[in-house]
Write a protein that binds this ligand. Structure first.
Ligand code: THU
Length: 134
């Protein structure tokens, strides 16, 4: 049985409202739950120089890590549309750095969501274990 993520899901939906996405028109919100039950939110932030766009997930992670939180239980990611929106490849790698055993909750509405583990989304990941030099 999964944890009750209703508050986290609600916060991800609310975070979407702060998306700055004039170029894609695609709003994404994220809510990241730490092991101490603190929640950091994020939204995608775009730029006229397109390659500088930052996804909602990375905004939430950088807010948390830069405030001293590095241990997470779950992240909810909310987007509009007919399909569930899963994190992009760059975000999968970025999140993996801080632990792969977290629940990734992809959200279409408060009642329509799916939960997967981050490790399921990035098999064969490159991580810090490859950098341990003897
Ligand atoms: N985007 C996210 O914020 N998260 C995702 O998981 C997928 C894509 C954003 C990036 C860009 O601002 C817009 O959605 C369209 O790609």
């Amino acid at each position: 049985m999964h944890s009750d993520y209703s508050i986290l899901i609600e916060k991800s939906i609310r975070a979407k409202k702060h998306s700055y996405s004039p170029y894609s028109g695609f709003s994404v919100g994220a809510a990241l739950l730490t092991t101490k039950n603190k929640i950091y939110t994020g939204a995608n932030v775009e730029n006229a120089s397109y390659s500088l766009c930052i996804c909602a997930e990375r905004v939430a992670y950088t807010k948390a890590v830069s405030e001293g939180d590095k241990k997470f239980k779950a992240i909810a990611i909310a987007a509009n549309g007919k399909e569930f929106v899963f994190p992009c490849g760059a975000c999968r790698q970025f999140m993996y750095e801080f632990g792969d055993d977290i629940d990734v909750i992809v959200v279409r509405s408060a009642k329509q969501f799916r939960i997967v583990k981050l490790f399921e989304l990035l098999p064969g990941a490159f991580d810090k274990t490859f950098l341990k030099i003897k």
